[in-house]
Ligand binder design. Structure first.
Ligand SMILES: Nc1ncnc2c1ncn2[C@@H]1O[C@H](COP(=O)(O)OP(=O)(O)OP(=O)(O)O)[C@@H](O)[C@H]1O
Length: 332
């Protein structure tokens, strides 16, 4: 029976992913055995968000927040308890066949290739499964092999690949059928720094050149900083924030950090209101300040007269610190 789609019956709109009041509860047996009472765990407690076509949205949250549950529902693997999801006007769990033809999913911790097959054989098999017509398959395979540098590993079995090589092959596998929406679940987990940069650069180019919509789940905040125009933060199954990263930064941790280097032992400092000395070493002092109370130029002018001052640097708190603080503020 052909997959029933709702695509024809709904007006097309530029929103690629629409999630409305999504709930998922799991029923587990207490103590883990077959006997005993059952208990419900609410993994998703009515989340709503939407991602416009062509946007890269970061989907983040602490362990157990509900990200994987949401991703599984969006991928069509899991049915929600209630609520609605439309990915390009298809309902993932209802229009499953048509839906999987239009999305690509990469789970960093699992493989969709086959351990004992070579990369080329795995891609061929996936091309057949996705029904990618031969000329298009050859074109896409060549394009992805070049962009993801797969030339040298096509004949290697997946089992023999390094993590970084496997991840590049996984991304190619997810994109063979030209999906409009790409769901990335921890795509850089365990990768070394150059491999992370390569994956990020590729994802960015995919969006820039092909307009692919990307939903990115990661615990690596540098992925978010490098890629996401916007972050959706989930915690305890609820949406805690849905905003550009800069807005999250501004509301969570607006402080700045000033480092002052000295040619000699730094003198004792008398600082204006809003600035605090947070660290001192034989040749430098670190000052944390709130730019709303003491603007950076005023603080610099204040320090400029100090004897032996050599260099000044102003920075923002590390992204990890902002997110850690945000999670802590919403921990209850
Ligand atoms: N199959 C399941 N059966 C019962 N409970 C589950 C199941 N899968 C997830 N949960 C529970 O649902 C909640 C959300 O889990 P989920 O895996 O979606 O979180 P997550 O945000 O992906 O976490 P992590 O960052 O650790 O991967 C957790 O309390 C988890 O224990």
């Amino acid at each position: 029976m052909p997959a029933r789609t709702t695509r024809e019956s709904l007006p097309s709109h530029p929103t690629a992913i629409d999630v409305e009041n999504l709930r998922k509860t799991y029923r587990i047996r207490e103590g883990g055995g077959w006997r005993g009472k059952t208990r419900e765990i609410t993994a998703l407690d009515g989340i709503s968000f939407s991602v416009p076509a062509g946007e890269i949205a970061g989907f983040i949250g602490p362990n157990g927040a509900g990200k994987s549950t949401a991703i599984k529902i969006l991928s069509g693997i899991l049915r929600p308890s209630s609520g609605m999801v439309r990915v390009g006007n298809l309902v993932p769990w209802r229009d499953r066949i048509a839906h999987v033809a239009r999305i690509g999913v990469v789970f960093g911790q699992r493989t969709q290739l086959w351990w004992d097959l070579s990369v080329a054989e795995g891609l061929k098999l996936l091309g057949d499964i996705y029904n990618v017509e031969p000329a298009r398959f050859a074109r896409n395979k060549a394009r992805l092999a070049e962009a993801l540098d797969l030339g040298g590993i096509m004949d290697q079995s997946v089992r023999q690949l390094s993590l970084g090589q496997r991840m590049r092959a996984e991304i190619a596998a997810a994109l063979l059928h030209d999906p409009e929406v790409l769901i990335l679940d921890e795509p850089t987990i365990g990768l070394d720094a150059p491999s992370k940069l390569a994956v990020r650069a590729f994802v960015r180019s995919l969006r820039d050149e092909r307009g692919t919509t990307v939903l990115l789940t990661t615990h690596d905040m540098h992925d978010i900083e490098a890629l996401a125009e916007r972050v959706i933060v989930i915690g305890h199954g609820r949406i805690l924030a849905d905003s550009p990263f800069e807005a999250l930064r501004a509301t969570t941790l607006s402080e700045r950090i000033l480092e002052a280097d000295f040619a000699e032992t730094p003198p004792p400092l008398t600082l204006p209101e809003g600035a605090t000395e947070t660290q001192r070493s034989p040749r430098s002092v670190t000052i944390t300040f709130d730019p709303r109370r003491i603007p950076a130029p005023a603080l610099v002018a204040h320090l400029n007269t100090l004897p032996g001052l050599d260099d000044l640097r102003i920075g923002r708190p590390a992204i990890e610190e902002i997110i850690t603080r945000f999670y802590a503020d919403h921990a209850s």
